[in-house]
Design a protein around this ligand. Structure first.
Ligand SMILES: C[S@@+](CC[C@H](N)C(=O)[O-])C[C@H]1O[C@@H](n2cnc3c(N)ncnc32)[C@H](O)[C@@H]1O
Length: 205
């Protein structure tokens, strides 16, 4: 991995340790019906605002279960995981990412907003036995098709019986082909439950 400048071409938000300066900033956001202050930093996805795709997911997703283990796959600084944790205080929310700066931020943000039911973890640190009552994700399309497919094949089979995953994907980032691929590759039904602002919400059952 290159570490040549403040922002190298390899300093994607999906590296374990981003090279860009870890300058923390406070962001005011509205999540789970509340006005909150959260911490973000360079080197994580969408540090200056809640990403538009993420907002589409949060506005259009069917409510999460009140209990059980819920997964935010690729949590970044945590807009989805924090929403799940605040909206379902009786559930345990797993905020999973490969980016350690993102994990530190989501941990601190959970503390800031009093979400004691959120656990931030690297993918390998989530116990294998856990089955999820819901998976919500704005998945990392930029990792490339093969890595994205591998990611989805790793986590979607861990849905509990009868549970759903809700994914938001840009129309021009391959939402429709991803929908077809998922339905062909896994024993699941994939429905498009919303289409707004250039994004699709896919519900995988
Ligand atoms: C599109 S961003 C969404 C971030 C956050 N959920 C949001 O809505 O702002 C996708 C996230 O997936 C993470 N990611 C990339 N590869 C991953 C992997 N193999 N396992 C878990 N997370 C991954 C990235 O680091 C990034 O934070």
């Amino acid at each position: 991995m290159g570490r040549v400048g403040a922002v190298s071409e390899h300093d994607h938000y999906f590296t374990a340790q981003p090279a860009s300066a870890d300058e923390r900033r406070v962001l005011r956001v509205h999540l789970a019906g509340r006005d909150l202050e959260v911490e973000t930093a360079g080197g994580v996805f969408s540090p200056d605002h809640v990403d538009l795709g993420t907002r589409v997911l949060l506005e259009h997703a069917a409510p999460a279960p009140a209990a059980g283990d819920l997964l935010d796959l690729g949590c970044g600084w945590g807009p989805i995981a924090l929403t799940l944790a605040l909206a379902s205080p009786g559930a345990r929310v797993w905020a999973v990412d490969v980016n350690e700066r993102a994990l530190d931020l989501v941990r601190r943000n959970a503390e800031r907003v009093g979400a004691t039911n959120l656990t931030a973890a690297r993918p390998d640190d989530v116990p294998d036995a856990i089955r999820f009552s819901a998976i919500w994700s704005n998945p990392p399309i930029r990792v490339g098709k093969a890595a994205l497919h591998e990611l989805l094949l790793r986590w979607l089979p861990r849905l509990a019986d009868g549970a759903h995953a809700q994914l938001v994907v840009g129309k021009n980032l391959g939402a429709d082909s991803l929908q077809r691929w998922l339905a062909a590759e896994l024993p699941v039904t994939v429905e498009r439950t919303a289409s707004a602002k250039g994004f699709r919400v896919l519900r995988v059952s």
